[in-house]
Design a binder for this molecule. Structure first.
Ligand code: IMP
Ligand code: MG
Length: 338
């Protein structure tokens, strides 16, 4: 019973979408709600080598057939991207949008593209999310209820989420990462346009604290960052290529910067801010290629086991999920192993 909130510990791109999809199935969730900023986030999950699911607006809870999906009222909605994703993944009967969501217009996107500050200094994804959020704060933005094409999908998602969290389990999927939080990262202005913590995600949805039952913090075994800002232990592009772990952003196509090791002080701080009850340790195949594709605890190597122990010590929470490859099924469930 209750809501499990999925957040990222560092700079995002850790596979929160896949984790939310996996949890929707594990918990037989009735609902998976998108929290976070807007369409600046990009999720991708491989169902097979040929079939990849990519979204920027919708949460990946729909990977479980009986989970409905929704967008919380604090999330900026781009009606064009929303329509494409609903169409592509055939979600017309399973998706709702809070009627209060701020709307991203083409003008917001153009203004972000024209902003030298966002392009050159911040390294924004220029999705229009920040401009829409800023117009919302100024009380200038349109809301979902003002948008003719969103009429069939409108709902009071806050009410839905709280009621369903009282009747069963729901999943809340946040975007970006704790250290990209506007008011909590030490790296301002190299941050996004809102906070990306458990408390912020609850607020994005309108979820009462009484209805939160858990916090899944996703930790990327080889952390990455896109855009500007400090990154302790950053590898150079040659090292990234040599290790064969190059990744490109889902929204922007940019090469992701990588750190050689998890920054442990930062991870402890993320645990302090988010209060995780469990941890998903993702991209372990980038940390130790010999675990690629593992699905059982016995297949994990000593190297990965040592990393799990260090992460548990730093966060004070058990690692319950280990991701070992890019396919949806490349996950080791460690719940029985503790
Ligand atoms: P914006 O939110 O698109 O304006 O980008 C602000 C900062 O957050 C930039 O450094 C982006 O690279 C970063 N950022 C935004 N969205 C994501 C994401 O989904 N993953 C990782 N970094 C992101
Ligand atoms: Mg928010």
């Amino acid at each position: 019973m209750g809501a499990i909130i999925v957040v990222d510990a560092l700079w995002g791109d850790s596979g929160k979408g896949k984790v939310a999809g996996y949890l929707s199935r594990r918990e037989h969730a009735s609902l998976c709600v998108r929290a976070g900023i807007g369409t600046n986030a990009g999720h991708s999950v491989y169902l097979s080598e040929q079939e990849v699911i990519r979204t920027r607006q919708l949460p990946l809870g729909f990977l479980h057939p009986s989970t409905a999906v929704a967008i919380g009222s604090g999330v900026a909605v781009d009606p064009r991207i929303f329509a494409q994703e609903v169409e592509r993944y055939d979600l017309r009967e399973r998706v709702t949008v809070d009627y209060r969501c701020p709307i991203i217009t083409e003008d917001h996107i153009r203004r972000e593209q024209e902003s030298q500050h966002l392009s050159e200094k911040v390294g924004s994804t220029k999705s229009g999310s920040g401009m829409a959020q800023s117009d919302f704060v100024l009380r200038l933005a349109k809301q979902a209820k003002d948008c003719p094409e969103l009429q069939p999908y409108l709902a009071d998602v806050a009410k839905l989420a709280n009621e369903q969290a009282q009747a069963g389990t729901i999943i809340i999927e946040c975007s970006q990462g704790t250290f990209l939080s506007l008011a909590l990262s030490p790296d301002y202005p190299y941050v996004t346009s809102g906070n990306c913590t458990v408390a912020a995600a609850a607020d994005d949805v309108g979820l009462s604290w009484r209805n939160i039952s858990g916090a899944m913090m996703v930790v990327k075994a080889v952390p990455s960052r896109v855009g500007a800002g400090p990154m302790p232990g950053e590898m150079n592009a040659d090292e990234i290529q040599q290790r064969g772990i190059a990744e490109y952003g889902v929204v922007t196509g940019r090469l992701r910067r990588k750190a050689a090791e998890i920054p442990w002080d930062m991870l402890r701080y993320a645990a302090l801010l988010n209060g995780p009850t469990e941890i998903a340790l993702t991209f372990c195949d980038h940390y130790d290629p010999s675990v690629t594709g593992a699905t059982t605890p016995e297949q994990l190597t000593q190297t990965v086991r040592e990393l799990i122990a260090k992460v548990e010590q730093a966060t004070g929470a058990p690692v319950t999920m280990v991701e070992t490859g890019k396919l949806f099924e490349h996950i080791v469930d460690l719940r029985g192993a503790h």
